[in-house]
Design a protein around this ligand. Structure first.
Ligand code: SAM
Length: 249
């Protein structure tokens, strides 16, 4: 599947009538931004995530023409808005707003400024239901897996709302048995290749009580294969993150 070299730029925001200074003030009022989103007129949200680099690492499709896209744990919505600009026909963006950064405030502002027609719903992915939500051609499941109490049930539920042959794009925190940090790069080695999941009942992982699980690479692979996915493909790693593509069986 072809991937764009970059996710490109937004044009000027036509739907929004506030002045550039008002826009800057509204962006500042959100407080914590996770995503860098180009809102046009020289205003880019000050997210800590290099979203353009992430777009490339995720190897997302060059176009989403006519496709229904589901963005799970959408946060500020960079991936939703970019898929929309690249032709997605219907977008559902959900986030249970459990993040301790209260990141999702940014979604509403960015959607307004960009004139997005994406449907944002504050809800848990565990409530997804094909009878009411329908099915999706592309599901973005980025940095959410390790926040879930029950990853097996969650992946089965996501499979239930994915069209047959539909694409799952997954990125997650992961671990290896041995980790060496060399100049900001994490070099990991597995002592054996069996699937493993480490469990963090408190705030042991990154001081965040919403981080429950850390799989190794084989753990993610095994989870996907046993919950209704095929063509499971590890597409890369970056620091302590791992990236997979899979298709709904
Ligand atoms: C680490 S952030 C990732 C945000 C975005 N996908 C990204 O990668 O930049 C995880 C997001 O998932 C949301 N989240 C966590 N558990 C969830 C659940 N069960 N259902 C829906 N959203 C959830 C959090 O509120 C948070 O915004």
């Amino acid at each position: 599947m072809a991937s764009p070299a970059t996710c490109g730029r937004y044009g000027p925001a036509v739907a929004d009538e506030r002045t550039v200074q008002q826009l800057r003030d509204d962006v500042a009022a959100v407080g914590a931004w996770r995503h860098r989103i180009d809102l046009g007129r020289g205003v880019v949200t000050p997210g800590n995530e290099d979203t353009e680099a992430e777009w490339r690492r995720l190897q997302l499709p060059a176009r989403f023409d006519g496709e229904r896209v589901l963005d799970i744990g959408c946060s500020d919505g960079f991936y939703t808005f970019t898929a929309e600009r690249l032709g997605a026909a219907g977008l559902l963006a959900i986030d249970d707003e459990s993040s301790f950064m209260a990141e999702t405030n940014g979604f509403r502002l960015a959607a307004e400024v960009l004139g997005s027609r994406a449907d944002y719903q504050a809800r848990m992915l565990e409530s997804l239901d094909p009878a009411t939500d329908g099915t999706f051609d592309v599901v973005l499941f980025i940095n959410v897996l390790y926040h879930l109490r029950n990853p097996v049930e969650a992946l089965e539920r996501i499979a239930a709302v994915t069209s047959p042959g539909g694409l799952l794009v997954l990125k997650t925190y992961y671990r290896t048995d041995v980790r060496l940090w060399v100049r900001g790069r994490c070099l990991g080695f597995d002592l054996d290749r069996r699937p493993k999941w480490w469990y963090f009942p408190g705030s042991e992982l990154g001081g965040d009580p919403t981080n429950w699980w850390a799989p190794n690479a084989a753990g993610v692979d095994a989870l996907l294969r046993s919950t209704g996915w095929t063509g499971v493909r590890r597409i890369g790693t970056w620091r302590d993150r791992i990236y997979f593509h899979a298709r709904r069986a």
